[in-house]
Structure formats: structure tokens, C-alpha cells
Design a protein around this ligand. Structure first.
Ligand code: EMZ
Length: 368
């Protein structure tokens, strides 16, 4: 495909995608200017380097070593309890409604409230984030918007200032007090980590939630079946992530001449690692275009692969698990009223990634 005047070569098979993702020396994330590895490119609307996704080793490893423990907090009992409370409260608030709009009145709210746990900020902060809409850089019609991106930067800078003045236990304060490679993080680096925390897990999580709800509405027998087999929820989550592949692809930039799938690449070319395509690789996944909730062999790359494997994956999985358990517990079945698909342009193709809007009803268990 073409993007911003540059050819982007798309690697599509699972094994090739994995091989390129592993080979960070040749397929670099850090050698490109900020925003260039993202497709569509964010070069024109974002100046800050997202960390750790736009950094190569050895610095990348220093950041991962620092961040991995924080981003594993979703496994802690208190975190799980609060997430469970937030989720059930939201489910309760819509379960009696004749209908509600899933994307904006449910998924966006859940993603934003859950993110307050990941950043360890007050839940009220989510009100501001909800007002930003489903993507932190895009405005209606899917256009990347410099003004919106600048607004996010301003917001982050304000929060960094507050954390400098009055350090707390939030991620801003923790990062400002942290070290990488024997020195304090710079303000720019803190900004880059927080920017990614807002951008990386937003539309991806929202689309996965909306797609999953639509799927269970369309296949009520699968919902019932999972209700009778709740221990299979973790497998079901991996399958939903494989099938919906919320992040279609992410780019790399070649650092030297290299051959991929018999194609010659020059130095400094953009390459797309096609997670969504790899996740439907028919040589690996049996009936790849079907959702098989108890799929056992499921080596999907929905969270990427190699050193850049998604830092927020533990949180995202926990959000989905908590939500699915709450739905199985409270809801008898789900019906859809009307919806509008959301498509992502991919050069000559488009891919359905989620919904612009999705009106649904959660029919409460035990209702007459
Ligand atoms: C970037 C990307 C990948 C990008 C892991 O995140 O997700 C996109 O939605 C964002 O716009 O900035 O974070």
C-alpha cells in the first residue's frame, strides 16, 4: 500500500511477520522519526517519540525493564477487584435500558475508567478522556488531527507539572522519580510513555469490546455455551483477539538491504507487519475466518511479537476477562438494534475494524 507518499510493503504470513518482528536490527522501530512506523503515519501530527514502541535496544530494554512491573499490576488482587467493581457498575447501569449505544456509552467509558487504574489516577479523570472520543489523534471521519494531538500533549504536560509540584503515586510521578541506565528519565521520555499509554490501547480496546458484544449478540448459542463453560473464558479472549485483531499492523523501517518473501528491500523502506493478516494465516489456524471460542492451538500475534510485544496486554486481557465474566453473570442474551460499521482504509483495500455506532440491549437474566 501507499501511505503519505511512501510505499509500505506488507508482510502477511504468520511466520514471516514473526521473523521480521524478531529481527529488530534490520526492521527497526527506533531509527525512524516519531510517527513513521505507524500506518497511517503520524509524522505530521505527533512530535513526541512513543516509548517503548519507537525505541530499539539497548535503550528499549532499559525502558521495558522499568515499565514491565508497573504494567503487570493488573494481575494484583486489589487492581482486579477495583476493575471488577468499575465494570459491574457500568454493566448494571445499562442492563435495564431498552437500548444503549455500545461504542460511546459503554466501550469508551469502560476503556477510560479502566485506564485510570493503569495510570493510577483518580477515576474522575476519565470524564476528561471520555470527552476526547474513541481516538486520541483522530477526529470524525478518521482524519489524523494535529490540533487534537497537540491537545493531548498539553494535557500530559499539565499533569507532569502537577506531578513535579506534588508527587503522588500515579504513573507520572513514578516515572519522574525513576531511572533508566543510571540516570533520571527526561520530561520528554515521560511524555512519550504517557502518550503511548493513551494512544496505543484506546481504539484497539474499544473496538475489541464492541466487536465482542456484537459477536455474542449474533451468536447467542455461543454466549450460552460460554455461560455453561466459564473456565474457557481465557481461551475465548485469545480467540476474540485473534479474530478481531484490533491493531491491523504496525510498521518498521529497514536499516539495510534485505530480502523478505523473495522481495528485495532497500535501506530505509517502510514495512508493515500485518498482525491481522497473520492471525488469519490458513497454514497455521484451522478455519481461520471462524471464531472458535475454545481454539486450543492459537499462536496469534494480536499483541504483536518479539521485543515490542504489547506492554498493555495484561491490562487489556484483564479488562476483557472482567467484562466477559460480568456479562455471563448478569446478562441472559444480547440483541442488536442498528449499527454502522467502522472501516479502516488500507490503500486499495478497506478493513472492518469495529463500529461507528452499535445500538444494543443487554437482556437481564431472570426477566420475564
Ligand atoms: C500507536 C499505535 C500502536 C499510535 C501500540 O500502539 O496505535 C494507534 O492507535 C496510535 O494512533 O500512536 O500507539
Amino acid at each position: 500500500m501507499n501511505d503519505h507518499g511512501e510505499a509500505v510493503h506488507m508482510v502477511l504470513g504468520l511466520n514471516d511477520v514473526r521473523a521480521c518482528a524478531k529481527n529488530w536490527e534490520t526492521f527497526s522501530s527506533g531509527k525512524a522519526v516519531p510517527g513513521r512506523i505507524v500506518i497511517p503515519s503520524e509524522v505530521d501530527i505527533r512530535k513526541v517519540r512513543q516509548i517503548p514502541v519507537e525505541v530499539d535496544p539497548p535503550v528499549h530494554s532499559d525502558f521495558r525493564n522499568l515499565l514491565d512491573a508497573w504494567f503487570k499490576r493488573p494481575l494484583q488482587p486489589t487492581y482486579k477487584e477495583t476493575l471488577n467493581h468499575i465494570t459491574r457498575q457500568l454493566v448494571e447501569s445499562v442492563v435495564d435500558l431498552e437500548q444503549f449505544e455500545v461504542v460511546h456509552e459503554f466501550a469508551l467509558i469502560l476503556q477510560s475508567r479502566a485506564l485510570t487504574l493503569l495510570l493510577n489516577t483518580p477515576i474522575e479523570e476519565s470524564e476528561t478522556w471520555i470527552a476526547w472520543g474513541t481516538h486520541v489523534f483522530k477526529v470524525k471521519g478518521d482524519t489524523l488531527d494535529g490540533g487534537k494531538s497537540g491537545g493531548l500533549d498539553e494535557y500530559i504536560h499539565e499533569k507532569i507539572d502537577l506531578a513535579i509540584e506534588e508527587p503522588g503515586e500515579d504513573l507520572y510521578s513514578v516515572l519522574l522519580a525513576s531511572e533508566v541506565g543510571g540516570r533520571r528519565l527526561t520530561r520528554e521520555e515521560v511524555h512519550g510513555i504517557i502518550n503511548l499509554s493513551f494512544a496505543g490501547g484506546r481504539d484497539t480496546v474499544i473496538n475489541t469490546i464492541s466487536n465482542s458484544i456484537a459477536y455474542f449478540a449474533e451468536y447467542p448459542d455461543q454466549f450460552k455455551w460460554l455461560q455453561s463453560e466459564p473456565r474457557l473464558v481465557p481461551l475465548a479472549i485469545e480467540e476474540l483477539i485473534r479474530y478481531f485483531s484490533p491493531l491491523t499492523h504496525l510498521g518498521r523501517v529497514t536499516t539495510q538491504e534485505v530480502e523478505v518473501c523473495s522481495h528485495a528491500f532497500k535501506k530505509d523502506q517502510r514495512v508493515s507487519l500485518g498482525w491481522a493478516s497473520a492471525n488469519r494465516d490458513e497454514s497455521v489456524f484451522e478455519n481461520p475466518d471462524e471464531i472458535k471460542l475454545d481454539r486450543k492451538k492459537n499462536p496469534h500475534v494480536g499483541f504483536g511479537h518479539g521485543i515490542h510485544q504489547c506492554l498493555g496486554a495484561t491490562h487489556a486481557r484483564q479488562v476483557l476477562k472482567t467484562l466477559l465474566e460480568a456479562l455471563l453473570d448478569k446478562v441472559d442474551h444480547i440483541t442488536l438494534q442498528d449499527y454502522e460499521d467502522k472501516f479502516e482504509p488500507l490503500g486499495p483495500l478497506t478493513r472492518k475494524v469495529g463500529f461507528e455506532k452499535l445500538n444494543a440491549t443487554f437482556h437481564v437474566k431472570g426477566a420475564k
